[in-house]
Design a protein around this ligand. Structure first.
Ligand SMILES: [Zn+2]
Length: 67
């Protein structure tokens, strides 16, 4: 999984919400079990449950709007 962020943004990291179910991340930054994908230049985060359910879609970089 790609958990490395080349350019971390602390101000953004405090408000991570799952792009699919809207669940807020626990604690600060991105939980290790969460993942994200780049879509149209924007970084979308997904909680562990959603990431697991949609891992193939995320890895294939399909846009999430069709979900
Ligand atoms: Zn979720």
């Amino acid at each position: 999984m790609d958990q490395q962020q080349p350019c971390p943004e602390p101000s953004e990291a405090q408000h991570i919400v799952c792009a699919r179910c809207g669940r807020a991340a626990d604690g600060e930054g991105t939980p290790a079990t969460w993942t994200y994908s780049m879509e149209n230049g924007h970084r979308r985060y997904y909680c562990d449950d959603c990431a697991r359910a949609n891992i193939r879609s995320i890895e294939s970089r399909l846009d999430s709007t069709w979900w």
